[in-house]
Design a protein around this ligand. Structure first.
Ligand SMILES: CC(C)(COP(=O)(O)OP(=O)(O)OC[C@H]1O[C@@H](n2cnc3c(N)ncnc32)[C@H](O)[C@@H]1OP(=O)(O)O)[C@@H](O)C(=O)NCCC(=O)NCCS
Length: 207
């Protein structure tokens, strides 16, 4: 799968709801987001950045920023969650995911702006990622987090993930979930587009 064309990215956008019912948008990152994405990372608390990137960084290093902006390259994707504030679109969360086709797994990492934590954004985003994973044909999704990150561990448990030891690093814990291939209750644009393309590939006998 190559890098997605800019004009194709918008069709993969979804509307999610915070716990209070506010509409937020989840969409693939675009080149126009470069400054805002870097601003978002710089604005995270030191602790949130450490928990997200497993290291003391103050912003995305150039190479990583560049990786974040490549959607689809080497089956890696970045989504941003945005809301409108006074006519401006503000990033309130982000997630990066990678399809490991050889194991049919999807690996992800995410963060939510400290001012927006506790509003159910990560819960909604993880459901959306599950749907995106199913659309890509993944059978499991997993993420690694620091053993000390009780917030993420508690969120993972509540979201139906099982916890296992990390294969190589004792400081990390891995959470993993089997993906149901027909996520009718958590529809997303990626799933609908994948279904349409499957339909086009194998039209029914009555067609
Ligand atoms: C972990 C993180 C993504 C959670 O995002 P969030 O949007 O606040 O999560 P939600 O609002 O959906 O909360 C879901 C659950 O997480 C847990 N949780 C959220 N905030 C918490 C807090 N401050 N303390 C303890 N548990 C908390 C709770 O179990 C909560 O469920 P509840 O509200 O029903 O009790 C966010 O704290 C974050 O971005 N942290 C920094 C980056 C990070 O740790 N990333 C994980 C690496 S993959």
């Amino acid at each position: 799968m190559g890098t997605y064309r800019l004009e194709d990215l918008k069709q993969y956008s979804d509307t999610l709801r915070t716990r209070d019912g506010e509409a937020i948008n989840v969409r693939f990152v675009e080149p126009r987001d470069t400054e805002e994405l870097q601003h978002y990372v710089r604005s995270l608390s030191t602790r949130s950045r450490y928990n997200r990137f497993f290291g003391a960084i103050s912003e995305l290093p150039k190479g990583l920023l560049n990786d974040f902006l490549q959607v689809g390259e080497r089956d890696r994707f970045t989504v941003v969650v945005t809301r409108m504030v006074d006519g401006f679109e503000i990033i309130v969360a982000e997630a990066r995911y990678a399809l490991h086709a050889e194991t049919s797994t999807l690996e992800f990492g995410l963060s939510v702006d400290d001012r927006w934590q506790g509003h159910g954004i990560a819960t909604a985003l993880m459901k959306n990622l599950e749907c995106r994973a199913a659309a890509l044909g993944a059978e499991h999704m997993f993420a690694d987090t620091l053993r000390s990150n009780q917030t993420m561990i508690s969120l993972a448990r509540k979201s139906g993930f099982g916890l296992v030891n990390h294969p190589d690093d004792w400081k990390l814990v891995r959470f993993d979930k089997e993906i149901h291939r027909a996520p009718k209750d958590i529809p997303c644009a990626s799933w609908r587009l994948a279904a349409l393309s499957r339909q086009a590939d194998s039209p029914s006998a009555s067609a």
